[in-house]
Design a protein around this ligand. Structure first.
Ligand code: MD3
Ligand code: FE
Length: 215
């Protein structure tokens, strides 16, 4: 044990951001290398790729998926697909280490029994961002979403249920796990442009995993 007397720095700690939103600081730090090995194996079979919004705008983030369903976007719209459109094959299975992390984090945040069937993997290089949006392509909004941040930090924006509602800015750092559901499931949210930097495990990038119940 060392460091500040005012903030725990020797393990994960939970912060409730809203009625249905819990930030588990450092929750994934101890597992990060194992999680990254699992992500690398997924990325080998279904490499992250830039997608276009339905309006034809190139997204700055590159994306892949694992699990029964993967999230895709193109001129036809946003949707979940059982097949990686680049490979024509099913998405890689969700690695057990990833599934277990999502389930345990959801339980710690008050959502026991979370059984995700989709894990979206977003890769951010410096400058990549995600505009304010809602996650509404899933069939059942009663399940929470679990987000795991790895590598470079990013400022995420937590808005309200309407686009025009004010958004709070918070830092998501390596190992942070954010769980949101219930009354917060449909909040608008986004990520500000990632700043250049160097992370010991991930180098100059940020990887975010979001676990969902798609169908
Ligand atoms: C909790 N991903 O893939 S996750 C997405 O960091 C997506 O890649 C972002 O939004 C990423 O759809 C953000 C963190 C997050 C964002 C917004 C929230 C957690 C939230 C809004 C409400 C509650
Ligand atoms: Fe989202």
């Amino acid at each position: 044990m060392s460091g500040s007397l005012f903030a725990p720095d020797d393990g994960p700690w939970a912060e409730r951001l809203a009625a249905g939103t819990v930030l588990l600081h450092g929750w994934a730090c101890a597992d990060a290398e194992r999680l990254l090995a699992a992500v690398d194996e997924v990325a080998r079979r279904s490499p992250p790729r830039g997608m276009a919004t339905p309006g034809g705008q190139a997204m700055s983030v590159t994306t892949t998926s694992c699990g029964d369903w993967g999230w895709v976007s193109d001129r036809r719209g946003y949707r979940y697909s059982a097949v990686d459109p680049d490979s024509g094959q099913p998405w890689p299975a969700m690695p057990a280490a990833l599934r277990a992390l999502a389930r345990d984090a959801a339980e710690a945040a008050g959502f026991p029994g979370f059984d995700p069937d989709a894990c979206l993997i977003n890769c951010y290089l410096p400058g990549a961002r995600m505009g304010l949006h809602q996650d509404k392509d899933e069939r059942d909004f009663s399940a929470p979403i679990v987000s795991v941040s790895l590598g470079l930090p990013a400022v995420f924006l937590l808005g309200g249920s309407r686009r025009a509602d004010p958004a709070a800015a918070m830092l998501l750092q390596h190992g942070d796990v954010l769980v949101w559901g219930g009354p917060d499931r449909m909040r608008f949210h986004g990520v500000k442009p990632v700043k250049p930097g160097e992370h010991p495990l991930l180098g100059g990038r940020r990887v975010n995993l979001t676990f969902r119940k798609a169908r």
